[in-house]
Write a protein that binds this ligand. Structure first.
Ligand SMILES: [Zn+2]
Length: 292
């Protein structure tokens, strides 16, 4: 949903609360503590309910990324839309300016929004590309936008002190990626086991020895980067495309933050890649954000 429509549809806290209640509960609001539907609305104007069974009081925001917020919900909705629409992610100073809120508030909202971008992925099957990329350090002067490690004349990231991100993509499908402090056979193997159906996938990687060892446990084909040769289906171009997005987001929005938050940034990039063909990512996000 675009900003204008969100602004028009959710002009007030009341409108946002009514929407979140219908997304979270449908027609049957329930106590998040005991599940009882024997509840009554308080007349405090902020959508608070009382549970007649366990006597807890709650709102639709309880237990969600919005709980205890002092920021108006319409700004939250706009922030979510801005994050989802930002191709290269968005920085907290930028979000602060866009919404007229302090940078620190914007930063906390961004982190909350990223925390709700949890992926619920099926195991990948078919042709699956695995690779790593490296972020952090200083961008090279010649080409600040894309710190590309993948060509033979540059030292590969594996020899640098940058932060490795391991990734896997199902060709024509979804991507999964996460920071991995040490790229070892054991770490790569555990990562792939979480995301790939080893019996139903053909793994494509470059010739990094760790992948070659994993290749003994499943169907596997390798690309020779040095030859810059695309052998039909045997390439990792899909994942390279995702790395390009990730690196642009990193340099565009995150380079002044520490690697400590790399996980959140990678999560955001994966989430946005995976909802890229969804008809309404905004609604999908809200559904996940208030899911019990
Ligand atoms: Zn209750």
């Amino acid at each position: 949903m675009d900003l204008i429509r969100i602004f028009q549809r959710f002009p007030s806290n009341e409108a946002c609360i009514a929407h979140l209640e219908s997304v979270r509960w449908g027609d049957e609001p329930a106590c998040p503590h005991c599940g009882s539907k024997h509840i009554g609305r308080k007349s405090d104007g902020i959508g608070r309910w009382n549970c007649h069974d366990c006597h807890a009081s709650f709102t639709v925001l309880s237990g969600t990324i919005f709980s205890n917020t002092r920021t108006d919900l319409p700004k939250w909705f706009l922030a979510i839309s801005l994050v989802l629409n930002a191709k290269k992610s968005i920085s907290s100073p930028q979000l602060g300016r866009d919404l007229d809120i302090p940078q620190k508030t914007a930063y906390r909202m961004l982190m909350k929004i990223r925390s709700a971008m949890v992926a619920d992925l099926d195991l990948f099957t078919g042709i699956v590309e695995a690779d790593e990329c490296y972020v952090g350090g200083k961008p090279r002067k010649r080409n600040r936008r894309d710190d590309d490690d993948n060509y033979p004349q540059a030292p590969r990231g594996r020899a640098t002190r940058k932060l490795p991100i391991v990734g896997v993509v199902e060709r024509g499908g979804k991507v999964a990626a996460e920071p991995s402090p040490r790229v070892t056979t054991a770490n790569l193997s555990a990562f792939l086991s979480r995301h790939v159906d080893r019996d139903a996938a053909l793994l494509i990687t470059d010739q990094f020895p760790a992948y070659r060892r994993i290749g003994h446990t499943m169907r596997h084909a390798t690309v020779d980067h040095a030859a810059r040769y695309v052998d039909g289906e045997v390439h990792v171009n899909t994942l390279e495309g995702f790395w390009a997005l990730l690196k642009r987001a990193w340099w565009g929005a995150h380079h002044h933050y520490s690697k400590r938050h790399a996980h959140a940034y990678v999560t955001e990039a994966c989430y946005k890649y995976n909802v890229r063909e969804s008809a309404n990512p905004f609604s999908a996000f809200l559904r996940d954000a208030v899911a019990a």
